[in-house]
Design a protein around this ligand. Sequence first.
Ligand code: 4NP
Length: 159
Amino acid sequence: MVQAVLFVCLGNICRSPLAEAAFRAEADRLRLDVEVDSAGTGDWHVGQPPDPRAIAVARRNGFDIAHLRARRVGMEDFHRFDHIVALDRDNLAALAALRPEGARARLSLLMDHVPGREGQPVADPYHGDDSHFDATWREVTNAAAALAGAIRRSAQDEA
Ligand code: 4NP
């Protein structure tokens, strides 16, 4: 069964496009049948490509995210995605407030999927430098691997 996963941060130009790329790579490696996307709870950057520093850190790690364009989370996302995964608590709270009755999507915090990191945010690197973006990349790749493993186990349990 296809699982659809949406990663959500504030601007959809730094953390969530990196999470999207890291998760897509891990899902491909595990041969998981998934749809992956990302969005922001804010609308300042809608239509823009990822932050140049996010494009650069992805490129340093072998991925091209320059084609992505920021978009804002919409009500239809709660019906389209199985998992909506927030990068920090503020965005999780914003999603919980938007979530309509009877939504299909399960909301979670990305780091809740990483044993020992439950409840923690992926820090916003927007006001940081390349070293902050390197740290973001490490966190999202770790968490993406944990989340992909969890989705694979739940798919196996259902089979
Ligand atoms: P993101 O980072 O939520 O990881 O995409 C940010 C991008 C832009 C802003 C804040 C955070 N901003 O205030 O414009």
